[in-house]
Design a protein around this ligand. Sequence first.
Ligand code: GLN
Length: 201
Amino acid sequence: MTARVIGVLALQGDVPEHLRALEDAGARAVPVRRPEELHQLDGLVIPGGESTTLWRLSVAFDMLEPLRKLIASGLPAFGSCAGMIMLADRLADGVAGQLTYGGIDMTVRRNAFGRQVDSFESDITLSGLDGSDATALRAVFIRAPWVEQNGENVAVLGTEQRTGRIVAVRQGQLLATAFHPELTPDRRIHELFVDIVKDNT
Ligand code: GLN
């Protein structure tokens, strides 16, 4: 069977790391930055970076509405950090007028872990990976958001140990992490997303 094609939104953020991680997980990964590049995709990754910049560049590149529509119509998507923010239906601490693509019935708080812990690493317990009930994963957080409220169809996959905050969720074919799995060698999150894409197509 041919590999699924997964686009990595290449407006801003850690694009090459996601391309590599997806290829390691068995997908064909391509950078995308124009509306006409979106149509042959089986899935989409929205990288971390800065959500206000992703929002503004999405508007400038005419990507906001096409992405909203594709995600709403069932395109599998995975967002890490700022990408998680972009998949949230609601924001806390967004800048005035800040828009997201939406898709996951959750409220995400930007920069939630606070100034004094701008960046940190933490072992988090994840459920739903590879048949195992719960496995520790080393997670890198950089000015990370957390999930402040989640709807009943949003499954919590992981919480951060120190704060108990929700940092990994799944709603159907949509996956989001507050941390950056593309920055560590553990490929289980990208493998999970590739599996979601395979199940969907
Ligand atoms: N704090 C950033 C934002 O609001 C996210 C940081 C990140 O993606 N590493 O978009």
